[in-house]
Design a protein around this ligand. Structure first.
Ligand code: PAF
Length: 285
């Protein structure tokens, strides 16, 4: 039998479910998504299931975090499949509001985390993290989660949300969850659906480049410039791969490093065809 769970679309309905959960002393786990769920999301839902009484999956394609209209338009929307997958992974309910419910006429308030949002994805997507932080803050207010689960694949997003929660004294605990990969190493992402068969075959070059750099770090290399050039050389195996950035940053504050020490992230964004993919790997130097 196919699993089915309630799908709420208004803030009032969601708040009523939260109030009912709080009245019985239930803890709430939130997995915030834009839908097109894959195994990466399902691993977050399973993690939330293991630690909370009520598991909420939000599915909202947030227009405020898209810099390109075309990217927003092409974003996959498959609510029925997503609700079923959420239920099968152990969620109790889905919250999927229409855009007007989240951004009513005259909406004018934004949450902006500074510095951490300036490099990496923030450089080519200047309004992206403002949109992410604003919608995540709204989802936290609406769903009142005790814990919220985010994937390490979106390392900058995770760092930015963690900082927002700390800076604004929010009660929610942010739970980081490991990146889930396809057997060939490609990090799972809703955007992978947009790759045509040739692009899909090329896309694992991101992970090959990251692991080549990680191997060099493990062999003793500490010079970020040398590591970046090793990454570029692997990426050049795919002539159509267009590099947006290759960054090596301190894991805790995302500041760039010239010489690796402590825990660092090697992160990249690369366009394969029209699809921009990101990935990262954590190294200890
Ligand atoms: O990671 C995502 O899917 C989105 O950025 C998020 C956190 C759901 C906010 O829209």
């Amino acid at each position: 039998m196919t699993a089915s769970i309630p799908c709420l679309s208004t803030i009032d309905e969601m708040r009523a479910a939260v109030d009912e959960a709080h009245a019985r002393g239930a803890s709430i786990g939130l997995v915030a998504t834009m839908g097109a769920l894959h195994e990466g999301h399902l691993s977050l839902i399973r993690a939330a299931r293991a630690e909370n009484d009520l598991v909420v999956v939000s599915i909202f394609v947030n227009p405020a975090q898209f810099d390109e209209k075309d990217d927003l338009r092409r974003y996959p929307r498959v609510l029925e499949d997503d609700s079923r997958l959420s239920a099968e992974a152990g969620a109790d309910l889905v919250f999927s509001p229409p855009v007007g419910e989240m951004y009513p006429e005259g909406f004018a308030t934004w949450v902006q985390v500074e510095e951490l949002t300036e490099g990496m994805c923030g450089r080519s997507r200047p309004r992206h993290f403002r949109g992410v932080c604003t919608v995540v803050m709204k989802l936290f207010h609406i769903c009142s989660p005790d814990r919220a689960y985010f994937g390490e694949k979106d390392a900058q997003q995770l760092a930015v949300i963690t900082r927002m929660v700390r800076d604004l004294d929010m009660r929610v605990t942010i739970v980081p969850c490991p990146t889930v990969r396809e057997p060939d190493g490609l990090a799972m992402s809703s955007r992978n659906r947009r790759l045509n068969p040739e692009e899909r075959a090329e896309a694992p070059v991101l992970y090959r480049a990251l692991t080549a750099a990680r191997d060099r770090v493990q062999a003793g290399e500490r010079d970020a410039a040398v590591l970046k050039s090793a990454i570029r050389s692997v990426l050049s195996e795919v002539p159509t791969a267009e590099i947006d950035y290759i960054e090596i940053v301190r894991a805790h504050d995302l500041s760039s490093v010239a010489t690796l020490s402590g825990t660092c992230l090697i992160a990249l964004a690369v366009r394969i065809g029209r699809t921009r993919l990101i990935d990262n790997i954590r190294v200890r130097a």
